[in-house]
Design a protein around this ligand. Sequence first.
Ligand SMILES: *Cc1c(COP(=O)(O)O)cnc(C)c1O
Length: 330
Amino acid sequence: MIGHRGEDFKNLYRAIYPKLQKLFGTRQPVFLSTSSAWAVMEASIRNLADRGVLCCMCGAFSDKWFDVAKRCGKNAEPLQVDWGKHIDRRDIDRQLATGKFDTVTLVHNETSTGVMNPLEEICSILAKYPDVALILDTVSSFSAVEIDMDALGIDVMLTGAQKALALPPGFSLFSVSEKAFARAGKIANRGFYFDFLEFKKEQAQWMTPSTPSIAHIHALQSKLDEIFEEGLQARFDRHARTNALVHDWVRRAGFDFFAEEGFRSKTLTCVKNNKGIDVLEFARELRQKHHLVIDPGYGKIRGETFRLSNMGDETEESVSHLLACLDDVL
Ligand SMILES: *Cc1c(COP(=O)(O)O)cnc(C)c1O
C-alpha cells in the first residue's frame, strides 16, 4: 500500500489521468470517488438541482433517481415511460419549455430493461436550454460505446466500477463541466464528502477530498492499460460483436426482446420470457451445472425477463460459451 497524501499517490492519479479524460471525452477534471455510483448520482442532485429536477424514468435505476431527488428535498418531477421504452427527446423538450427545470437526470443505458437511450438526440434538444444541466449515468455503457462528454454538452457524467469497467464494486468515476461547477458554487448545503468544488480543489493537486480506495485505483490503472492496449475502437467493436451474438441467440431460441427495437443496449440484453419458462430455475441450473451466473430479471420484471451481459471483459469466446450453456439448460 502507498500513502494517499504523498508523491506516490499523486503520481498514480497523474498517470491514469490522460486515459480517463480520453475515455470520458473531456478536458474537464475527472474525479475518483470512493463510493458506489449511487453516491455520485445523489451528489449530482445535491450539487446541481436548484429550481427543479426533471427525472427521465424508464426502468429501475432511472425511476429510483426521482425518489433520491425528493429525499434530498429537491423539487423533482417524473418524465416516466413504460419499462422497455426509451426516453423521447420531444417529451424532454416539452417539459423543459415550461421553464420549471434547471436539471435533468438521465440514465444512458437502463440496465434493468436493456434500453439504451438516444443520447445524441437528447443532447441536441438540451443544447436549446443552456441554463439546464444534464446529469448522465453511464454505469453500464461507459467505455463500451463512445460517449463524448464535451461534444455532447454533458454536465456530469458518472460511472461505477463493477459494470461496464468490470472492476470490483465500491468505486466510481465522474467528470463535471464548467457550467456545473458554476452552478454548484451557488447551491447551499452541498455537504462535504461529495462536494464537487472540494473534488475540484483537491484534484488540482492530484488529491482527493478524503482517503481514496487506493486498491481500486491500482485496479483501474491496470484496467486502463488493458483498454488502451486493445484500443478504444476495437473495444467498441468487440461489444458490438458480442451483443450481436446474444441477439442472434435470442431470436434462434424463440425469445423476444424486452426493449423496443432501435433502442436496445449494446452491453446487455434483457430477454422477454415469452416462452413462459421458469426463469429462476433456469438461472439456478445454469449456475449449478455450468458455474455461470445470469440475472433472472430486475425488480418488478423478475421472472418475466432475464438479462445477458456482454459488457466489460466478455469476448466472443466467453459469450458463445454462455449461449451454448443456455441452450443446454433450456
Ligand atoms: C448498477 C447501476 C447503478 C447503481 O450502482 P451502485 O453500484 O449500486 O451504486 C446505477 N445506474 C445504473 C444504470 C446501474 O446499472
